[in-house]
Structures are given as structure tokens and as C-alpha cells.
Design a protein around this ligand. Structure first.
Ligand SMILES: [Zn+2]
Length: 269
């Protein structure tokens, strides 16, 4: 998300909004103020909170909030560039450039909210501290605060903001920790390793994304089932946990143990 933010920060602030919308009915989550309230206003740039991108207007009266979820993509299309006919959401700027949100998925999950700054603040109040730069001390308080499986804890935006399921896989592999390890059991060394892995992995991702690398190039563990671990050569394994599929290296992370399915649907049956 930080890579998106950096890419969009300057272009979206260059011109005032000429036309806001249309938006897919499932994508636009708010109706008051209406999207048209953006027209004639200019953005100050882009901020980020966790996985959400914020586009505050220069006059300080409105904030456009975008959450891309898994399949959403946000693209700035310069004047004259081609863009999809029916995107999930579109903004057109004076001069003809556009900001386009597409979502290549059957179920539309990405969202766009137009909010007052007060409402935006309330919307974001439940987010935990930013993952990048968290540090071992703060992370120690979080992991020991409640006992959770590490993969689930890292993805919980109320505890730590900014880590999704793919990066949870990458981070836990780099930290040599089991996705099923209970957070309260981590000792000081492990907390330190996890804090370092959060920073190095997120920074690695940021750098690659900025260079335009694809997901395939960026992820070393996520969606690499059966491929050799880049550290030890063991084939990467996967396991279903809650509604996610976790990828891990049995040698680097679980002492050779194969993790068992813990699908939510199975637990609920
Ligand atoms: Zn390995």
C-alpha cells in the first residue's frame, strides 16, 4: 500500500476533480456527502493508514478513503491513456487524466468512502499501530497482550495495521516462526526476530513494488506451494486456516511438522 501511496501522491494533487464517479454499487459505501461533492475540489495528496489510502481535499472538508482489499487495483491514467470501460470507481481530473479503481473478482470487496475528516477519523480509530517500524518493544506488548495464532494476529488490523495474508506468510517465514505458534508463548529472541522480519519484509516488498515487480517476483513463500524454500530448499507447504490458506516452510518454521487444517467451515460444522 505504501508503494501505491508514493506513486499516486503527486499526480492526484496536480488537478482539481472534474467528474467523480461512476462507482459500482457494491464499491461505493457512502452516499452522504454525494460523490459529486468532490467536483471542483483538489486533493492534497495521498495518506495511508494501514491498508487504507486517504485522499484529503485541499480545503480540508472531505476525505476520499479507498480500501483495495485483495483484488482491487488503483491506477492513475494520464490524459489520453486508455482505461477500462466500466471500472469499479473512476475520478476524472481537469485536463483529462483519471484515477481508476478496478477489481478483477466476482465478488466486489474493495470499497470507496467519501467522508468528512471527522467521520474518516472515527472510521480509522480502531486501527492498530503501523506495522512498519513497530520495533520489538511495542510488538512484545501486542503479542503478549492476548494469545493468538501468529498468522491471525499479524493480520488483525486492530492490533497491527498494514499486514495482509501474503505478507504474514512472508514475515513468518523470514522470522522462522510457525504460523500456528501462540503469540503469548514468544520469548524475547522470537519477538525481536519477528519485529526485524516485519521491517525487512515490508521494506523488501515496498522496494520491489516501486520497481514495478509483479506479485510472483515479490512473494517468496506466498502461493509457492511445492517450490523449494529459498533458504533451505524444502518444498513450501500450505494449510487452510480459518478462511485463509497459509504457506510455510516445514523445515524453517515448524521443525519439520506438517500443520493441520483449521478451516472455519470445518470447525463450525
Ligand atoms: Zn526453508
Amino acid at each position: 500500500m505504501e508503494a501505491w501511496r508514493r506513486q499516486l501522491d503527486e499526480p492526484v494533487a496536480a488537478f482539481a476533480v472534474a467528474k467523480a464517479g461512476p462507482a459500482h454499487i457494491a464499491t461505493l459505501k457512502t452516499f452522504d456527502p454525494p460523490l459529486t461533492a468532490l467536483e471542483g475540489r483538489q486533493f492534497r495528496g495521498v495518506d495511508r493508514r494501514g491498508k487504507r489510502l486517504l485522499f484529503p481535499t485541499e480545503d480540508g472538508e472531505l476525505v476520499l478513503l479507498v480500501h483495495l482489499m485483495t483484488a482491487g487495483r488503483l491506477k492513475y491514467v494520464p490524459t489520453g491513456g486508455s482505461s477500462p470501460k466500466s471500472p469499479a470507481f473512476r475520478l476524472e481530473f481537469d485536463g483529462g487524466s483519471r484515477l481508476i479503481l478496478t477489481e478483477n473478482a466476482r465478488k466486489k470487496r474493495a470499497g470507496v468512502w467519501l467522508l468528512t475528516p471527522q467521520a474518516a477519523e472515527a472510521e480509522l480509530a480502531h486501527l492498530g499501530p503501523e506495522a512498519l517500524g513497530l520495533g520489538p518493544e511495542r510488538l512484545g506488548e501486542i503479542v503478549h497482550g492476548e494469545s493468538r495464532r501468529l498468522h491471525a494476529l499479524l493480520r488483525d488490523q486492530r492490533l497491527i495495521a498494514g499486514i495482509g495474508r501474503a505478507w504474514a506468510n512472508e514475515i513468518l517465514h523470514a522470522a522462522k516462526l510457525s504460523p500456528y505458534a501462540l503469540s503469548a508463548d514468544l520469548d524475547d529472541d522470537e519477538v525481536e526476530r519477528l519485529a526485524a522480519a516485519i521491517d525487512t519484509e515490508l521494506e523488501r516488498g515496498l522496494e520491489l513494488r516501486e520497481r514495478g515487480a509483479s506479485d510472483e517476483k515479490t512473494y517468496r513463500v506466498h502461493r509457492r506451494l511445492g517450490e523449494p524454500c529459498h533458504v533451505c530448499g524444502t518444498p513450501i507447504a500450505q494449510v487452510d486456516f480459518e478462511e485463509h490458506t497459509i504457506f510455510y516452510c516445514p523445515t524453517c518454521q515448524t521443525g519439520g511438522r506438517v500443520l493441520k487444517d483449521r478451516r472455519l467451515s470445518r470447525l463450525l460444522r
